[in-house]
Design a protein around this ligand. Sequence first.
Ligand code: SF4
Length: 648
Amino acid sequence: MPKGYMGKILMVNLSDGTMEEQPIPDSVYEKFLSGSGLGGFILYNNIPPDADPLGPDNLLGFVSGLLTGTGSLFTGRWMVVGKSPLTGGYGEANCGGNFSPAIKRCGYDGIFFKGISEKPVYLYIKNGKAELKDAEYLWGKDAIETEETLIAELSKTRKPKVACIGPAGEKLSCISGISNDLGRMAARSGLGAVMGSKKLKAVVLDSAQKIEPANRYEIKALSQKCNKWVQFQPWFLSGNGLRILAALLRFLPVQTAMDGMLWKFMLRKWGTIALNQYSVELGDSPIKNWAGSNLDFTKEKSNAINPDTILESEISKYHCYSCPLGCGGICKGKFPNGETHKPEYESILALSGLCLTDKMDSVFQMNDRLNRAGMDTISAGGTIAFAIECYERGILTREDTGGLELTWGNTDAMQALLEKMIDRDGIGDILADGVKKASERIGNNSDQYAIHAGGQELPMHDSRFDPGFAVHYAVEATPGRHTIGSQMYYEMFRLWKKDKSLPRPWLMYLKRSKYQVTEKKAIEAAACSKFMNVLNGAGGCAFGAQIGVDRVPVFEWINAATGWNKTPEEYMAIGKRLQTLKQAFNVKHGIDPKSTKPSSRALGQPAMTEGANKHRTVNIDRMMADYWRQFNWNKDTGRPPEEVIDVN
Ligand code: SF4
């Protein structure tokens, strides 16, 4: 009976060039789903605890989602998994575009690589036949050139889909990612370096196997209903209006629960750049390496990142596979290299507010350069901000930087530094692996300016603004990511509408109550983690899910695709199993769960004395302990006891 997933993976041994199809029993999908759930299951059971992330024993998996290709909406994301060279633990990143269905159309739910090739190769699967091909001539090319070259060479009746690394991954930068769709990035966890260490330049997929859900008609009916919510759109939104709204909200002692439909309106009109000034005003965007505030990045400066201004250079919008919303865009005119992806909110703020520059031409250029090099914009921006602060404080000298005057807002120096990081040249070699490793190399107490969680640079959502981000930065097996949960995400997911055991948030509440540590907040944080495991198993987009699970029917789609008849509570229990599996992976690989706490500055320790986040401190130790208790892990150590780990 068709069930939405393909029932097997391909295991490629790059050391000897052999390949093996491995069937996956239905029981594994029922317990771990597909996507990052299947990926986590394979990683846990196959990577030895002492494996070097850049050595032959590490596995790198490209996995598609359980729902991808079934007719459901917002479900075209693919995930890359492996032991992370950045954190030393479970590594995971995901990306949209059109690569995810291509994995399943080759007949696999995932393609995994082990070993190390002697020379650069790429995997090519054409009509179900897989082979490793020479990639020596591609080595050194940037990610966009690589994809364009492969498509030009291999397109016949169809264009193949390509995931590849750029020079940053080749040079084993621990903040490098994997690109698809011409510069879109599965950026986090440094998995581009794992691909580089295996001498695997690209994965090229070109097959047309059918993906058959159990109940196509049911999926279609659910998708039509969902699409009505997506298409509803007011016309009166403006970028300045958002900024003014945020400035007003900042002064109120209360706030209302966030409804994801408002976020959907913003995404549909602008994409994630809708948040640019809004988040600066509210205190959601960290400024000046997390030491500044909206008072440093004033309206005059932040006007440069006004979403309406950026939209003037957008020449087309694009959608990921199966997405009715379409938050992506192509821009031109803001930089000299021609057309480029509209930078995301994360990239813009990491390269502007965090480094105190308002030169948008430079931000566009750096974003494009990072996409081509295959380097994570969040981590690169965080690392440049760290280097600037070290320079301003005299920890790095002009001699150290190779003559660069690394002062706040000096975009020429930022761009030159970025080139050095991509080339691993001089100071760039020290910085190319992110802030934690850089601060260990630089010494001189520079670690206090290295803002990260467990080695991964923090994203552009300030944990002092929403302490829910702090919890997830700290407790996730892949720490320092903003894509799992926060207090606001819980409000938007609307999980209580489906899982009746979950608490409904207050419609309006005092802002200061966000900083109180309560059992209810721990339940909500745990629910976000569980749900995101389900969503990442399904290949779902978090932006879609943030419209609310009563409007975007993730659980119902999975039942219709697989023929299962599970309740939302049962899916949340699968999410709990997956979260425990990933935590157990970290413990097995020597990660102390307490060590992934975000840097003190990001927690308001000490509290800021001015700006939108003044006097705000996050009580992270209690929040972590309360969260761990929700999973029946040891509340003092964060370690899951043997009896709660279910890995078979
Ligand atoms: S909302 Fe944006 S990121 Fe999500 S699937 Fe749609 S286009 Fe892709």
